[in-house]
Design a protein around this ligand. Structure first.
Ligand SMILES: CC(C)(COP(=O)(O)OP(=O)(O)OC[C@H]1O[C@@H](n2cnc3c(N)ncnc32)[C@H](O)[C@@H]1OP(=O)(O)O)[C@@H](O)C(=O)NCCC(=O)NCCS
Length: 171
């Protein structure tokens, strides 16, 4: 469990599924994320959560529920696809946008991973999502100069993405 000034980040529990599904079942959220199904059902949350303990044990994927005053407001994760880098991903429910929560949660997750020896992180945001680009910049990510096409499940289409990196060792 990770605590910040206003938030707690913790592994997902089955009890979180209804609240997470209610917030994730919003096209304004899903259209900006690569792998959120739309519509998003409680079962989608439950089947995702089920894998979290094995992923964490394998150090391949660390999933956090972001909670405010005990209630889920979104999710954040570190995902290792190929090689040693972790890719940071996140979404917050729409009522919670614009209050600095993504930045606050991101700082805490990055510090948590750094304390475990991780120095290099990647992320990406759709070119049409400058708010997420701003979050990543505030978290110390820089634009690599590369763009890629990323599949967006909710749109069933590829989206132009800006590739970002944060490398503590390179500073
Ligand atoms: C992107 C998202 C995580 C941002 O969360 P948040 O808690 O509102 O982010 P923060 O408040 O920490 O920071 C947002 C920053 O973006 C800025 N911003 C907001 N809209 C913007 C826009 N259209 N253009 C540029 N910057 C914008 C804000 O001003 C703020 O920067 P500031 O602190 O310098 O003023 C949230 O909107 C979200 O979950 N969206 C849907 C899913 C998503 O996009 N996930 C990320 C996928 S890469």
């Amino acid at each position: 469990m990770i605590s910040t000034e206003r938030l707690v980040l913790r592994p997902p529990m089955a009890e979180d599924a209804p609240a997470i599904a209610a917030l994730a079942n919003n096209f304004n959220v899903a259209k900006m994320v690569s792998r959120l199904p739309h519509p998003y059902r409680v079962e989608d949350a439950l089947s995702f959560f089920e894998n979290a303990p094995q992923w964490a044990a394998a150090d391949s994927n660390h999933i956090f529920v972001v909670a405010l005053a005990g209630a889920p407001i979104g999710m954040m994760g570190l995902h290792r696809e190929h090689g040693p880098d972790f890719e940071l991903g996140y979404w917050l429910g729409e009522p919670f946008w614009g209050q600095g929560y993504a930045t606050e949660a991101g700082r805490a997750v990055l510090a948590w991973a750094e304390a475990r020896g991780q120095t290099r992180f990647t992320s990406r945001h759709f070119a049409e999502n400058p708010a997420s680009g701003r979050v990543l910049t505030k978290l110390g990510f820089i634009y690599t100069g590369a763009e890629e096409q990323t599949y967006c499940l909710a749109r069933d289409a590829h989206q132009r993405s800006r590739m970002m990196v944060r490398d503590v060792a390179a500073r």
